[in-house]
Design a protein around this ligand. Structure first.
Ligand code: COA
Length: 176
């Protein structure tokens, strides 16, 4: 069993395209997801964004993943009970053990068929084995111009995140 898992992970280290792991998750907003005004709770949407992002990360890495970070999140427009929330996720770039995944949440009015943008986020997932040890992920091969732009941008964002972590680390060391 362990050998099978090792072999399948080696096979999973071959380069992959964005299309191979792009995912979509659909949630219908129910009263339990909403505040007393019938608006979707921000925390519930964050949970769905995390899950939708993990789907693409799992598919790209064919491994267990943990969420390392979620970048800045805006809630652009309210979502109501009865709305259909569509969460689209795709890997923007894979590094060594981590992957940046972009998630876009839209609301579809299933009567008119129209869509509204609700929120977008960048998440970083780290692939781990069953013992929680970090493992390598396969490289991502961007194909379209849009994918290539996202790939480049993800590299810049990674540097910004790294600098921010180092700044926080220095601050927390200084406050000891
Ligand atoms: C995320 C985690 C695995 C990173 O482990 P670590 O030993 O601190 O790792 P390192 O600093 O050596 O970095 C490992 C990788 O994670 C990335 N990383 C670490 N912290 C990150 C962060 N806050 N944001 C984005 N990427 C991050 C690094 O860039 C590196 O990527 P690479 O291997 O592709 O180059 C670890 O912090 C962890 O397990 N956190 C808890 C995860 C969790 O429980 N998530 C659920 C949310 S409650």
């Amino acid at each position: 069993m362990a050998d099978q898992e090792t072999l399948s992970h080696e096979a999973a280290l071959l380069p992959k395209t964005v299309r191979e792991s792009a995912s979509e998750m659909i949630e219908l907003v129910l009263p339990n997801d909403a505040n007393p005004l019938g608006n979707l709770l921000g925390g519930r949407l964050m949970h769905w964004i995390d899950l939708a992002g993990a789907l693409a990360a799992h598919r790209h890495s064919r491994a267990h993943v943990v969420t390392a970070s979620i970048d800045h999140l805006d809630f652009v427009t309210p979502v109501h009970v009865g709305d259909m929330v569509i969460l689209q996720s795709s890997v923007n770039r894979a590094f060594h053990t981590s992957m940046e995944v972009g998630v876009r949440a839209i609301v579809e009015n299933y009567i008119s068929g129209t869509h509204r943008h609700v929120s977008s986020a960048y998440l970083t997932f780290v692939a781990v084995d069953k013992s929680g040890r970090r493992i390598q992920v396969p490289p991502l091969t961007p194909e379209t111009e849009e994918e290539k732009r996202r790939y480049e941008d993800a590299g810049h964002r990674r540097e910004i995140r790294r600098a921010e972590r180092e700044r926080k680390q220095r601050n927390s060391n200084g406050s000891l």
